[in-house]
Design a protein. Structure first.
Length: 285
């Protein structure tokens, strides 16, 4: 290998026609040394370039950090100023002054801060009590209105054909009899037709009554009561609480009656009223 390095390499140069040629013999080891030197020079140049680029990048990062540091200093100063103003406001101990004024100097003492917090707590308690009272009043009002609505007769107690209305009429039993006052409505349909409560209430009577046959009387509240007469079968008991829409009896023809029908009365504040006020839309079988 070492012997190869001592050999020479001859370069023959052939210029343009008419000119003499010349040759150059160079030891092989020189070429190897030159190639090594060129490689080292290339590595050094690359390293220098990379170092310079890294320096530029680092310099830029340092510049950004300095700007962020300056902004941080400004933020800290603003925080300190806000803290100073907050302490001055807390020293007032009055909610309205706090809202009206945002400046001041000095700092609060422990007594002033405690007084301020106590007043704030008292205001919050008062506001909570007022809200609770307001909520209770609204809730109570809604509950009362709901009970009044549920205790007011609404809708038809059964399906069928309206055969007699509220008011003066001649007795259906005796066409030649005297004119009498009919206190309710007569709704005719087949025997066994379902009869429903028209409002929430308590059953006060469930049994036989002269003239009405099998009758049900429901007390809804201090204002309203309803009566259902001539039923074939009673489905509820005295003292039982019922709800609007609940089945209470089956239609029949018990008592003083000429055929299968329901005699329905609505009483308001101790006197009978026209049930048609509370029927809503008319339903017919």
């Amino acid at each position: 290998m070492l012997n190869d390095l001592h050999q020479k390499i001859t370069f023959l140069v052939l210029p343009s026609p008419g000119a003499s040629s010349w040759k150059l013999s160079v030891p092989k080891r020189w070429l190897v040394a030159a190639a090594g030197a060129w490689g080292l020079l290339t590595l050094w140049a690359g390293y220098t370039t990379w170092t310079h680029a890294d320096y530029v990048s680092t310099k830029a990062e340092v510049h950004v950090l300095r700007e962020e540091l300056e902004r941080s200093k400004e933020d800290i100063e603003r925080v300190r100023e806000a803290d100073k103003q907050l302490r001055a406001m807390l020293q007032m101990g009055d909610k309205h002054k706090l809202i009206a004024q945002t400046g001041g100097e000095g700092g609060p003492g422990m007594a002033a801060l405690a007084e301020f917090r106590a007043r704030e707590a008292a205001l919050l308690r008062d506001e909570a009590r007022r809200s609770l009272v307001s909520f209770s009043e609204i809730s109570g009002f809604i509950d009362t209105q709901r009970k009044l609505f549920r205790a007011t007769p609404q809708g038809w107690p059964t399906v069928g054909r309206l055969t007699s209305t509220f008011g003066r009429r001649r007795s259906p039993i005796d066409d030649e009899g005297p004119i009498e006052f009919h206190q309710g409505l007569d709704i005719a349909n087949a025997k066994g037709t379902l009869i429903l409560a028209t409002a929430d209430g308590v059953v006060r009577k469930a049994g036989w009554a002269r003239g009405y046959g099998q009758v049900i009387l429901i007390r809804h509240d201090k204002r309203f009561s309803t009566l259902f007469g001539h039923t074939a079968k009673i489905l509820v008991k005295e003292g039982q609480r019922v709800e609007r829409g609940q089945p209470i009896a089956l239609m029949g023809t018990t008592g003083r009656s000429t055929g299968s029908h329901l005699h329905y009365e609505v009483w308001k504040e101790g006197r009978p009223v026209d049930p048609r006020r509370y029927l809503g839309s008319y339903r017919e079988n």
